[in-house]
Design a protein around this ligand. Structure first.
Ligand SMILES: [Zn+2]
Length: 267
């Protein structure tokens, strides 16, 4: 039987709900990624990671279709960007997790590939758990574990901080490993206009500084890039992709084994 949710028959889905499988939900957005990457970069990357996870763990997972539209209103100055309003986006995710819970899935993992989705994915995760007492739903961005962040710092060629913001060395390398046919390296430009750390933990990189700021994207980028895609390589991408898959598999194992606590109303 396939582990792709939308390719199953309904009675296959019914069997899967009895197996404590983790439902994998890739989430991205459509938005500018420089002159060299397609607008669906943030969709392709988490989708590919989770495809590889379900191929490696066919007994433990089921892969939902990717959530294509995310929260990108600040990118609307760039042709091609689409977005759901923040409340629509959260509701959209909740509709998916609620349906899964209704059918009997109790383990869910939302893997996000777009920075501005992150806090909203976390809200959707929290609401899913609050509304469904038997469900364990977790969310994360990819390549965010301490091991992954350490690896990134070891293999990067771009400046830190700043080289790995958006359509950057990291995303471009991953795309070179995943879909080289969609990458126009001759059009890749280095652009680091977002303020670097000016003494207040304020910068953009793969892990941003903790002081947050997001105006219109066109205020901080001309090409759409924040970072240095010119030093990206398929070799770096392959290493990062392997790490992203391993990281996600570890997280799936955690989700599969964790149990809900007992809620107690202490009034
Ligand atoms: Zn991106």
């Amino acid at each position: 039987m396939t582990t792709k949710y939308d390719e199953c028959t309904w009675d296959e889905i019914r069997e899967y709900t009895k197996e404590n499988r983790v439902a994998l939900i890739p989430v991205g957005t459509l938005e500018d990624h420089g002159y060299h990457l397609p607008i669906n970069t943030d969709v392709i990357i988490p989708k590919t990671i989770l495809e590889k996870v379900t191929e490696a763990m066919p007994e433990k997972t089921i892969l939902l279709p990717e959530v294509v539209h995310g929260y990108s209103p600040h990118h609307m100055d760039f042709p091609g960007s689409t977005y759901l309003r923040y409340d629509q986006f959260v509701e959209h995710l909740l509709s998916i997790t609620s349906a899964l819970a209704h059918h009997g899935f109790t383990k869910m993992y939302i893997l996000n590939g777009h920075g501005s989705n992150e806090s909203l994915c976390t809200i959707a995760q929290q609401e899913t758990n609050r509304r469904n007492k038997d469900v364990v739903c977790m969310n994360s961005f990819y390549l965010t574990s301490p091991e992954s962040l350490k690896l990134i710092q070891q293999i990067r060629k771009s400046d830190y901080p700043g080289g790995m913001g958006h359509a950057c060395e990291l995303e471009t390398s991953l795309m070179l490993a995943i879909r080289p046919d969609l990458v126009k390296m001759d059009k890749a430009v280095k652009e680091i206009d977002y303020p670097k750390d000016i003494g207040a933990d304020f910068y953009m990189d793969w892990a941003d500084g903790s002081l947050k700021y997001m105006p219109w994207w066109s205020e901080i980028s001309w090409s759409g890039v924040q970072g240095d895609p010119t030093v990206a390589s398929a070799e770096t991408g392959k290493i990062l992709l392997e790490q992203a898959v391993n990281e996600a598999m570890k997280r799936v194992n955690v989700i599969q084994h964790i149990e809900r606590g007992k809620r107690v109303d202490r009034h």
